[in-house]
Design a protein around this ligand. Sequence first.
Ligand SMILES: [Zn+2]
Length: 157
Amino acid sequence: MIGQRHCPFCRVPSAQECSHLALAFEARDFVRGCVQKCAGERSWRTLCALRLAQRRRSGEWSPEVEDFTWLESAFCEEFLKPLRWFGAIDYEWRTGPKPGEGGFWVLLWTRSPQRLWWELRDHFEREIQELQEAELNPPAARARAANGSAAPGLSFY
Ligand SMILES: [Zn+2]
């Protein structure tokens, strides 16, 4: 292993897999790994579908798959860094059993992996709720509602 990382919390080398290492996956499997670890596969599929529908409606849609669905850095920015239990992310080059099988591994650190995974699943579910509400109330209606509630108890007419 080249450039082995150490846990930012207890300084143990990553190969020893201390209790702060939530996940160590090859970069290309990282997003799927996070979704599996938090047992959020169903929420994740719903969330991706809702986001896609939203982009189509807003006219931003392009045939490319969105980065956050497969690129670990984009996923991390959008879904992991906002979490209270997110610790840090590290990259490590690991060699495979045969020449040419090496690859970049992503290490996800946190004080409490279990809490991080719960928080991530909650985050998916909260965003689904927001997107579904937005779908039921198009922006124009929401803006009117917001204006109406800006001054509770006051009437301008
Ligand atoms: Zn540690």
